[in-house]
Design a protein around this ligand. Structure first.
Ligand code: BGC
Length: 735
């Protein structure tokens, strides 16, 4: 293999260099003398390697591959190790299929429950999305396959995704929509990032210099390659100038010609073209493989992992009176066509030609009978199907009701119109519950479901899109073979109307204004103290966990938090312990609390373990827009440890001192009240030494006059009767 450096690139003809910056076709980079082409494929939950000669873009025609659970479910594991292992298995498969790059994971934030691609994204919370993405990327890349993390950035809706502008204020952008990418870039060093279709604050992402160069490369130090989403490039020359390297899939010779012409007529500097060509060749050098040498790999082992991943992620939402786990004696009615034709994967580019699908019906125990009850291709109830199902429910001890969104309702490429189940499912459920109250609802869906019926059923199990081992994993949970340990990575509101984007999401074809700012998901519901159906971080177990002994210690550079978790029940289980931080000091709008760390702990009955977590300054920081930097303010915080965002078991107030003074520099415009309340020893002694303290004391002691004075700046002290000399003395001392 030749040595890839700038000299090599400069030795290529202009035409060859121009050919490199576009895909050769749907899945390959271009070949130039000395460097072969490299293949890439989707996707996030299993390989979608297509036969380029037969059906390059037919999503249903790809190689046989194990279909793992979709990201909506894998994130519910809250388990970095599991995500690493998922990455490992995907890496093994991609390596055997000789792929250079795997396109995924998608790490965008779930902003609206209607967004069509939520199933493919991890969470409404950037810490969780970032942690899951980091572990996944590391797992894949360790196997010698590069990852393209997508979709950079703020790709939160599908309707008009090629043109709509995500209009986001700077703080929200940094804290909510970029933070997970930043973590993955800095910690996992992905080979590439895929820039998304949409515009950000008016500029197409593929042409967004600020996003692709200033933030990604200059600030975060990204050294890899930026490729476009498929068909995202509108102006190829502008895109390369802005920092995009590879246009996918490319427009054939037309792509080459436009670059050659732009260099010739001076619109594109040769050095800029060379820069991108070099980045592409470096990626091919590191990750490229000989596509003619396919190998086999152990798909049965991968299927078992797909089952384990689903086992550890499925969320037990409700379990009144220990409806679950099931016992062997009860006769079971399995109702719902989804039991026989499960939804186990998302539609669109992440579609996998699954190796071995085991449906819930295939895996059902012997004491179960089945009735379809509804048809997935219809939304209206069918009298005959309803009657059969109701009869079966009557004759059985317990009902396992399979419900969810049919695929035609939820896929990449468009947004949903509703988050209610189809009418035939809701109505059937109503009738079934009225003849047999012992109903467990098993949900198969890519994202949040409205559950008007939730109070009428004793048990609900959320399996999302559980991958090809859906049947085995579902019964593992229902029968108690596996103790559930998944937690929701998104809030389930009572109604769609409760979501902050309701009424505005997708309404304007061109502009999507992120009016709710940083208040996304639980940050919004908590702020308004709103009831939700199931909160972020929620998930039950067949055992119980007690929390005790919260300790907090500030070090010179971070804060150590520890506590003890005890399995106080009778079966072994895993608990996702969650650490939230509430900021009571910064002078900007703040969520009630934010997830800042989590750890999954496995415990035998009666066993206790100490959990130790380390919070860096960043965990206490917000993005200070004026200073254009992250800032951790000194002062009071509250640390909360819990089993979900709404089930806080331990909390303590904590005074941070390793940050900065939130007041910043004291100037003439600083308010009297701020100075008066500032605990900084230097400010306190300046107040005393200058004599200002003695003058202000009686004023501040008076409730009304004190409140008025607090709201006046230092430059107006004279108006409160303070001598100018005293003010000047204070200003000098405090500088
Ligand atoms: C999707 C990407 C995907 C690409 C290639 C696009 O439509 O948005 O996520 O990687 O197609 O299949």
């Amino acid at each position: 293999m030749v040595k890839i450096d700038l000299k090599f690139v400069e030795g290529l003809t202009l035409e060859e260099r121009a050919s490199l910056v576009s895909g050769k076709d749907f899945w390959f980079t271009a070949k130039v003398p000395g460097v072969d082409r490299m293949m890439m494929s989707d996707g996030p939950s299993g390989l979608r390697k297509q036969d380029i000669d037969v059906a390059p873009s037919d999503v249903n025609n790809s190689v046989d591959a194990v279909c793992f659970p979709s990201s909506a479910l894998t994130a519910s594991s809250f388990d970095d190790d599991m995500l690493f292992k998922l990455g490992h298995h995907l890496g093994v498969a991609a390596n055997a299929e000789k792929l250079g790059l795997l396109l995924g994971p998608g790490v965008n934030i779930k902003r609206s429950p209607l967004a069509g691609r939520n199933f493919e994204y991890f969470s409404e919370d950037p810490l969780l999305a970032g942690r899951m993405g980091t572990a996944y990327v590391k797992g894949v890349q360790e196997e010698g396959v590069g990852v393209s993390v997508k979709h950079f950035a703020a790709n939160n809706r599908e309707d008009q995704r090629f043109t709509s502008s995500s209009n986001i204020d700077e703080r929200t952008l940094r804290e909510i929509y970029l933070a997970q990418f930043e973590r993955i870039v800095k910690e996992a060093h992905p080979a590439t990032l895929m820039c998304s279709y949409n515009r950000l604050n008016g500029t197409l992402n593929s042409q967004n210099q600020r996003l692709l160069t200033e933030i990604l490369r200059n600030e975060w130090g990204f050294e890899g390659l930026v490729m476009s989403d498929w068909g995202a490039v509108a102006d190829h020359v502008a895109a390369i100038k802005a920092g995009l390297d590879l246009e996918m899939p490319g427009k054939g010779q037309a792509s080459v010609d436009e670059i050659v012409a732009a260099v010739k007529d001076g619109r594109l500097q040769e050095s800029t073209l060379n820069r991108s060509a070099l980045r592409i060749l470096k990626v091919v050098e590191k990750w490229g493989k000989d596509v003619t040498k396919k190998e086999s790999y152990d798909k049965e082992e991968q299927h078992e992992f797909a089952r384990k991943m689903a086992d550890d992620s499925i969320v037990l939402l409700k379990n009144d009176d220990q409806q679950l786990p099931l016992n062997d004696h009860d006769s079971l009615a399995i109702i719902g066509e989804l039991a026989a034709k499960p939804r186990f994967e998302g539609g669109g580019s992440s579609h996998v030609n699954a190796h071995h699908v085991v449906t819930p019906l295939d895996a059902a125990p012997a004491n179960a009978s089945y009735a379809a009850g509804y048809s997935l291709s219809e939304t209206k109830p069918d009298e005959k199907l309803t009657e059969e199902a109701v009869q079966l429910a009557k004759q059985s001890n317990r009902v396992i009701f399979f419900a969810g969104f049919p695929e035609q309702m939820e896929t990449e490429g468009f947004d949903k119109k509703t988050i209610s189940l189809p009418a035939n499912q809701n109505e059937l459920l109503d009738q079934v519950v009225s003849v047999n109250p012992n109903v467990t609802v098993v949900l198969e869906n890519g994202s949040v479901v409205e559950m008007s019926w939730a109070d009428r059923v004793p048990a609900i199990v959320e399996t999302y899109l559980a991958g090809e081992a859906v049947g085995e994993a579902t019964w593992d949970i229902l029968t108690g073979k596996v103790n559930p340990s998944g937690k929701l990575s998104e809030s389930f509101p009572l109604r769609l109307q409760d979501n902050p984007t309701y009424g505005t999401f997708g309404k304007d074809h061109d502009e999507e204004d992120y009016r709710e700012g940083i208040f996304v998901g639980y940050r919004y519901y908590d702020l308004h103290d709103m009831p939700v159906r199931f909160p972020f971080g929620h998930g039950l177990s067949y055992t119980t966990f007690d929390y005790s002994d919260l300790q907090v210690n500030e070090g010179s550079d971070n804060v150590e938090v520890s506590f003890t978790v005890t399995n106080s029940g009778t079966v072994a289980g895993k608990e996702v312990t969650q650490l939230y931080v509430a900021n009571h000091v910064s002078r900007v709008a703040m969520p009630v609390k934010e997830l800042r760390d989590f750890a999954k702990v496995e415990l035998q009955p009666g066993e206790s373990k100490e959990v130790s977590l380390t919070l860096s300054r960043r965990a206490f920081s917000y993005y200070n827009v004026k200073k254009q930097q992250w800032e951790a303010d000194n002062g009071e915080y509250e640390l909360m440890v819990g089993s979900s965002s709404r089930d806080i078991r331990l909390s303590t107030k904590f005074e941070l001192t390793i940050g900065v003074n939130p007041l910043g520099e004291i100037t003439d415009d600083t308010y009297i009240g701020d100075v008066w309340n500032d605990q900084d020893p230097q400010v306190q002694s300046a107040l005393k030494e200058s004599g200002l303290y003695d003058v202000l004391k009686p004023m501040m002691a008076d409730e009304q006059w004190g409140a008025i004075s607090a709201n006046m700046p230092l430059r107006s002290l004279a108006a409160t009767g303070v001598e100018e000399e005293t003010r000047e003395k204070f200003m000098k001392l405090v500088k």
